[in-house]
Design a protein around this ligand. Structure first.
Ligand code: DI6
Ligand code: FE
Length: 396
């Protein structure tokens, strides 16, 4: 199939969106065969079935590279408590927070978990998302952690979307347990079981005062490294404990949140090729005021991705377009950085080389938009200009 008369944001250049004003794309099977200016289309493709896109904008399918969207229950009451003045940390220390979602998730069957997650997945798909990362971390026991990851895998069979899983056993310390004992008795055995069952594409952790110390995270990362699984980390969200530097020392795919990260952290991430995944939905929801060091990340050349962090506590958000808008308005990222952050750099944060840009040999995962200017994707609020989405060469 030949898609023509399109403006194509290829995301392939060293800077900018790599925009082709009058572009064409050739799709064969699940992949792109050719992408370029219409006038340069090789003759051998001139007999393809043609679709006139009437000047619409084509981007890579969007990638939400950080979500916790498999879980049960909600935390609307905590939202009200925060509005009345309680902090996220106070609620967590009082037995609310992550631990309350753990109770609801443990009580849920595999089919409850799937039924609860699918509407959130559908909201992402409706905005042109073709790849989503999903973490465990609301089980904190072996069976529930595995059930969450199996549910995440099942989503890719139920819907036209790629799922990448991250094992997040080191998300919170279960009630009345000691962190190190939890790691030894539950988290590390669960990690081994998840890897043995092919359920973990990456290993994540939460390095924070209310969660795990850098030394404790290092235990998890050492085991992940022995098992040959790449790591990523929730780091410097509420304080600076050295998580970003720890992640960089393991050549992590990404360090995520980073509100309290320093210039030296950014430098270490740049040297390691670790992507900064910025999560403005959590910053907004928790009404944080300390901004991630965007200037330092830029200056050191760290790739910046943007994601929803979709979770029931700190970011009950299922809109990548809104994450892009918040990236600009709250974090002062440019619209070009925001779109790069949900395509090319999001793919990099997941260790995926076959998507996130539009070029011959890449997957034919496309989002086609009714907009004139790519910056419109970032600037509008609560409006979805998606015209159609193609997943693996098939229009939805
Ligand atoms: N940081 C987050 O933003 C989420 N997890 C994490 O480690 C919050 C998860 C929750 O509050 O349920
Ligand atoms: Fe998160």
């Amino acid at each position: 199939m030949l898609l023509e008369n399109a403006r194509v944001a290829t995301l392939t250049g060293p800077v900018g969106l790599g925009l082709i004003p009058d572009g064409a794309l050739v799709v064969r099977g699940t992949d792109l065969m050719w992408v370029g200016p219409r006038g340069a289309l090789p003759d051998k493709f001139s007999d393809e079935d043609r679709l006139d896109l009437q000047g619409r904008l084509v981007t890579p399918g969007l990638i939400d590279c950080h979500t916790h969207l498999v879980h049960c229950g909600h935390r609307a009451r905590e939202f009200e408590m925060r509005l009345e003045g309680a902090s996220y940390e106070q609620i967590a220390r009082a037995g609310g927070g992550i631990v309350s979602t753990v109770e609801a998730t443990r009580a849920a069957s595999a089919s409850d978990l799937l039924a609860s997650a699918l509407p959130r997945v559908d909201a992402l798909i409706a905005e042109g998302v073709t790849t989503v990362e999903i973490k465990s971390g609301y089980g904190l026991d072996i069976e529930t952690e595995l059930r969450m990851l199996r549910t995440a895998r099942k989503i890719a069979h139920e819907r036209p979307i790629s799922v990448r899983t991250s094992f997040l056993g080191a998300h919170a310390v279960p009630k009345d347990q000691d962190a190190d004992t939890y790691l030894t008795d539950i988290c590390l055995p669960a990690l081994e079981a998840a890897v043995a069952e092919g359920l973990a594409d990456a290993v994540d952790g939460f390095c924070e005062g209310i969660a795990f110390s850098p030394d404790q995270i290092a235990r998890v990362f050492d085991r992940a490294t022995e098992l040959g699984v790449p790591v990523k980390l929730h780091a410097e969200q509420l304080s600076n404990l050295g998580g970003a530097r720890l992640a960089a020392s393991y050549s992590a795919l990404s360090a995520d949140h980073l509100e309290y990260a320093s210039d030296a952290d950014a430098a270490a991430m740049a040297r390691a090729g670790t992507v900064a995944v910025l999560l403005p939905g959590a910053f907004y929801t928790l009404r944080e005021t300390t901004l991630p060091p965007i200037g330092a990340l830029r200056a050191h050349g760290v790739s910046m991705a943007l994601a929803t962090d979709s979770n029931p506590g700190s970011s009950p958000m299922t809109s990548v377009l809104l994450a892009m808008n918040m990236g600009a308005t709250l974090f002062r990222m440019t619209p070009t950085e925001c779109l790069t952050g949900t395509t090319r750099h999001a793919a990099q944060a997941l260790g995926l080389q076959d998507r996130g840009t539009l070029a011959a040999g890449q997957r034919a995962d496309l989002a086609i938009w009714d907009v004139e200017d790519p910056a419109e994707l970032t600037y509008r609020i609560g409006f979805n200009p998606l015209w159609r989405r193609m997943y693996g060469g098939v229009f939805q």
